[in-house]
Design a protein around this ligand. Structure first.
Ligand code: GDP
Ligand code: IMO
Ligand code: MG
Length: 418
């Protein structure tokens, strides 16, 4: 299961719904830049690193090797969950020994690089994600198995601190204390050690026993490092291929791809958003909606962009769609849907690779008459207004995948199966 837009599609809610029928939930990419919101009754949970499946009993949650882990953040998240009565133990939660570790210098570098870019900034979450994946690709990163080995941690960290403190100083930042970082990370390593295992082998053993595995994507298709609106992207493969590399489960063992999308579009951070629209932004923000789950920033909002979601179906091989936040459009009289982009004389039915080219694209819209009625109380798909059902069918067809779930509110019971 993955996001088909620019993140925050409602993946947390849909994972929670799908977890009911799964045995294992595994996160495959990203770090604590993610914020996945799940409501259980009236209680709101925001998960950053721990898979959203943790809120259901007797499910095994796994952080795969493709994730970058801020161990202090993870520890706090686990403790926070325990405090509100969610069971978190090595019986239901495991961490890959080869996931890369995020250090304070990654966060500092993330912030410094953004500051240096000025108006060209990406608008990152400042969680150190880019620098951590950068170290991974440069083969100088530390992994979870380094974190849990006290001596190895000291030796490797000392070297990394030397380089990164020099770098930070050159960017006008303050050096970080090796002693402090070592102390805090040793403690985190000790705390996390019982959870650490070879998750690749574990997942394959589970598959041999016919376990149902759900892959939890973070971010969205257009934040993918390869397929997104580079450079306004995150630093991992958020798309379907990332589920293979980020867990060690081969592609032919995955039998279904579920794409999550909002009934409109949002993006947080910089970068092109062809269907961005002030009216719908104001409407949603006025309802108290569309503020970031991780950073609290107001999300930019726009009309549904079927060029983007169709492109997402192509890149991810999406079979089924979960459409969320239908209720966000309940009061809109005339709903626009982007069906193509135009740039000068050129018309596109895909998302161009180049962010500058995309920024010059004008959306071509078709309009749908709104249903102008509340949908959040619908208990079955048939209880939705006809025009709402027609809208859902139309955007699914434009996206070129099957409508599987419609969501009309954040709660578990606000989930409709057509
Ligand atoms: P994620 O990152 O994809 O998990 O999405 P976020 O949790 O960051 O943002 C999605 C927001 O939409 C959260 O506040 C959810 O509680 C909320 N949400 C999900 N589905 C629905 C829906 O159908 N209707 C409404 N009103 N809110 C929803
Ligand atoms: P979930 O999983 C929305 C965005 C940031 C920024 C860009 C790069 O909740 O959908 P990064 O910190 O990753 O280097 O930031 O990516 N971004 C997200 N936007 N939802 C997310 O996660 C995001 N994670 C990163 O806003 O534009
Ligand atoms: Mg989110």
């Amino acid at each position: 299961m993955l996001g088909t837009q620019w993140g925050d599609e409602g993946k947390g809610k849909i994972i929670d719904v799908l977890t009911e029928k799964a045995d294992i939930v595994v996160r495959y990419a990203g770090g604590n830049n993610a914020g996945h919101t799940v409501y259980v009754g009236k209680t709101k949970y925001v998960l950053h690193l721990v898979p959203s499946g943790i809120l259901r009993r007797n499910k095994l949650c796994v952080i795969g090797n493709g994730v970058v882990v801020d161990p202090i953040g993870l520890m706090e998240e686990m403790e926070g969950l325990k405090k509100i009565g969610v069971k978190v133990s090595p019986k239901n939660f495991l961490l890959s020994e080869t996931a890369h570790v995020v250090f304070p210098y990654h966060r500092e570098l993330d912030a410094s690089r953004e500051a240096l870019k000025g108006t060209n900034k990406i608008g990152t979450t400042k969680r150190g994600i880019g620098p951590a994946y950068g170290d991974k690709a440069a083969r100088v990163g530390l992994r979870v198995n380094d974190l849990v080995d006290k001596d190895r941690l000291e030796e490797k960290l000392a070297l990394r601190m030397k380089e990164n403190n020099a770098l930070l100083k050159s960017l006008g930042g303050k050096p970080i204390s090796f002693k402090k970082v070592l102390g805090a990370y040793r403690a985190a390593g000790e705390y996390l050690a019982p959870y650490v295992t070879n998750t690749v082998v574990l997942l394959h053993e589970a598959m041999r026993e016919q376990a149902d595995i759900l892959f939890e994507g973070a971010q969205g298709t257009f934040l993918d490092i390869d397929h997104g609106t580079y450079p306004f992207v995150t630093s991992s493969n958020t798309t379907a291929g990332g589920a293979c590399t980020g867990t060690g489960v081969p592609p032919h063992r995955m039998d279904r791809v579920v794409g999550v999308m909002k009934a409109y579009t949002t993006r947080v951070g910089e970068g092109p958003l062809p269907t961005e629209n002030g009216e719908i932004s104001d409407l949603l923000h006025g309802m108290g909606r569309e503020f970031g789950a991780t950073t609290g920033r107001a999300r930019r909002c726009g009309w549904f962009d079927s060029v983007a979601t169709r492109h997402a179906t192509m890149v991810n091989g999406i079979d089924d769609l979960a459409i969320t936040n239908l209720d966000g459009l309940d009061t809109v009289k005339s709903i626009k849907v982007c069906v193509a982009y135009r740039r000068g004389k050129q018309q596109y039915d895909y998302v161009p690779n180049d962010a500058r080219e995309l920024a010059e694209c004008e959306p071509v819209y078709v309009e749908f008459e709104g249903w102008c009625a509340p949908t959040h109380r619908a208990k079955t798909f048939r209880q939705l207004p006809l025009k709402a059902r027609q809208y859902l069918k139309a955007i699914s067809e434009l996206t070129n995948a099957r409508l599987y779930i419609a969501s009309v509110g954040p709660g578990r019971d606000q989930t409709l199966f057509p």
